[in-house]
Ligand binder design. Structure first.
Ligand code: HEC
Length: 380
């Protein structure tokens, strides 16, 4: 880049090399000058800059001081019904950055992102995305937030990565499904809503939008147990009867009075994301040790404890070879085949007192399943 500025044939506004302007055509003196100049400026930069040149790319908030970011986020293949008012975009022709002309062949496809989202981090307990177009909670995750390398550049090189969408890291445990869950006076509103904005009340974000002449204010916070979310809706019209209706997610109504409703959402998804870092879980040989890594990376940890305590799913302690009683099958021993089946076809049998369909099916290969089984068997 610096060399181009020094090349008199090259207009200064052109930043990219054309074939005929590659450095190979430069004279030796010029190349030498450019090289020493670049080294000198790199050394100067080192002297004035500490060991980073951008912000922390994976910053997170805390329970007391949540951190808000307004940025592009992945759409995570949410239902069409959830993103009802989002355009799907269209392909655009490629262009050549060197001459600024559109290309006649090839096109850029669309990128599956939510453009007008507000993402909030409450630290490892909860991160969520609020969509200002649909005015609803889109998804929630734990143990992470956004990896901003695509916008802010890598701390080492300053280089940006991929397209402009941030990537998630952590375990997604809730995803919006179907029509908007709020019913006002018995009616589901799937029409266009109008977003007002968000403000912070004692540091906590509050989102408001208008619908049919009233303002609805929504607050979203971590629930009392891990992997739960508390959502409260308040209407400016105090006589409104608000109901929460979501047949695809298990939830509990914790407060309902004239003009407001508060619910606690349980997990309905389990997807693990690693930001811009590629996970490296190549397995040479199945072992309980590998199983332990998978237990965290695949988010089993979100629902199964190892110490006997109850969570969304049964504990792994003492599970192996214990007895289960199913209404239609009678007593079944949790042997190796049972464990294998529970992991690969979670809906085959539902342990009594637990929610059917809550455990997601994972795309696991043979050695991964073997490792998880060995890991569970190690908790006698
Ligand atoms: C979103 C919560 C959730 C996640 C994540 C989850 N499970 Fe489950 N799991 C459940 C629930 C609920 C049950 C009990 C109901 C049933 O049998 O489907 C269960 C049942 C099981 C059982 C049978 C337990 C018994 O007592 O009979 C095994 C084994 C199991 N899960 C393994 C795993 C593994 C391994 C992972 C990660 C790869 C995982 N689960 C991830 C919720 C989850």
């Amino acid at each position: 880049m610096l060399c181009l500025y020094l090349n008199p044939k090259q207009p200064p506004h052109r930043f990219l090399l054309r074939e005929s302007q590659r450095p190979s055509v430069m004279t030796i003196e010029k190349t030498f000058f450019c090289l020493s100049f670049s080294l000198l400026s790199a050394a100067l930069l080192q002297a004035v800059q500490p060991d980073y040149i951008t912000y922390e790319n994976k910053r997170m908030g805390t329970l007391d001081t949540p951190y808000l970011l307004r940025t592009y986020v992945p759409s995570l293949e949410l239902d069409e019904e959830v993103l009802a008012h989002h355009s799907r975009g269209f392909s655009s022709p490629r262009y050549s950055p060197s001459n600024g002309r559109l290309s006649t062949s090839g096109s850029y496809g669309t990128i599956p992102v939510i453009p007008a989202a507000i993402s909030v981090s409450y630290g490892p307990r909860l991160a969520f995305v609020w969509d200002t177009t649909e005015c609803r909670l889109l998804y929630a995750w734990a143990n992470g937030f956004l990896d901003m390398e695509s916008h802010w550049g890598s701390p080492q090189s300053g280089r940006r990565n991929g397209n402009y969408s941030a990537r998630l890291f952590g375990q997604v445990f809730y995803k919006a499904k179907g029509k908007p869950p709020l019913q006002i006076n018995g009616k589901t509103h799937s029409g266009q809503v109008s977003y007002h904005g968000n403000k912070r009340i004692q540091g906590h974000p509050e989102f408001s939008y208008s619908i049919d002449g009233r303002t609805i204010t929504v607050t979203i916070k971590p629930g009392p147990a891990a992997q739960t979310v508390e959502v409260q809706y308040v209407s400016s019209n105090e006589s409104d009867v608000l109901h929460y209706h979501d047949p695809k997610t298990s939830f509990e109504v914790i407060e309902s009075k004239s003009g407001s409703v508060k619910v606690l959402l349980s997990p309905n998804a389990a997807e693990t994301y690693h930001g811009f870092k590629k996970p490296n879980i190549k397995i040479e040989q199945a072992s309980a040790k590998v199983g332990k890594t998978l237990y965290t990376t695949y988010g089993c940890i979100a629902c199964h404890t190892l110490d006997g305590s109850k969570n969304h799913g049964p504990t792994f302690q003492g599970l192996s070879n214990s007895k289960r009683e199913f209404p239609s099958l009678g007593v079944v021993t949790a042997d190796e085949n049972y464990l294998r089946e529970s992991i690969t076809s979670p809906n085959a049998k539902t342990v009594p007192t637990y929610t059917p369909g809550m455990m997601p099916a994972y795309p696991l290969d043979g050695k991964q399943v073997d490792s998880l089984v060995l890991f569970i068997q190690s908790f006698k």
